[in-house]
Design a protein around this ligand. Structure first.
Ligand code: ZN
Length: 146
C-alpha cells in the first residue's frame, strides 16, 4: 500500500524501480526493451555502458562521419531519449501510456524523415532505405513503407 507516500518516486515506465535519469533511460526494463528493439532493427551494436560513457563512446565512434548510415547511431540515440522522456511525461501528466511497439514506431518515423530528407542521396547506402522503410526511386523519396 502506498497511502503513506506523499510523492510517488517510482519510475513511470516500469512502475517498479526508483526513478533516476540512469534508470529511466537505460536500466528500466521498459527502456531496455526499446533499446534492444531499435538497435536490433538498425543493426547497430552499442556496448552496455552507463549514460555518460555511452554518450562519449557514440560521440567518439561517429566523430566526423557524415554518411547517412553513420549518422543514424546518434540520431537513434537522440530520438530514443526524446521519446522515452515523452512517454514518461505522457504517463505522469496524462495517464495515457503507449506500448513499446508504438513508441518504437515513433522513433522509426523520426529516422525515416531524416533519411528521406538527406540531401546527398549518393551517401545513402543501399540497405538503408529497406531497413527504415523508405522507398527511394533515383534520387527521390516515393513512399514510406512500414
Ligand atoms: Zn523503470
Amino acid at each position: 500500500m502506498d497511502y503513506l507516500h506523499l510523492e510517488d518516486t517510482r519510475c513511470k515506465l516500469c512502475n517498479h524501480e526508483e526513478e533516476s535519469h540512469e534508470h529511466l533511460f537505460f536500466q528500466c526494463r521498459f527502456s531496455s526493451q526499446v533499446w534492444r528493439r531499435i538497435t536490433g532493427h538498425a543493426k547497430i551494436f552499442w556496448p552496455p555502458l552507463a549514460w555518460g560513457s555511452l554518450i562519449d563512446w557514440i560521440a567518439n565512434k561517429y566523430h566526423n562521419n557524415k554518411l547517412v548510415h553513420q549518422m543514424i547511431g546518434p540520431l537513434l540515440l537522440a530520438a530514443a531519449v526524446y521519446h522515452l522522456w515523452q512517454e514518461r511525461n505522457r504517463r505522469v501528466f496524462h495517464n495515457n501510456p503507449r506500448t513499446i511497439h508504438l513508441l518504437c514506431e515513433d522513433i522509426y518515423q523520426q529516422i525515416r524523415i531524416r533519411v528521406s530528407n538527406h540531401q546527398r542521396r549518393h551517401e545513402i547506402p543501399e540497405q538503408t532505405p529497406a531497413i527504415w522503410g523508405v522507398r527511394l526511386r533515383g534520387r527521390r523519396v516515393v513512399a514510406f513503407v512500414s
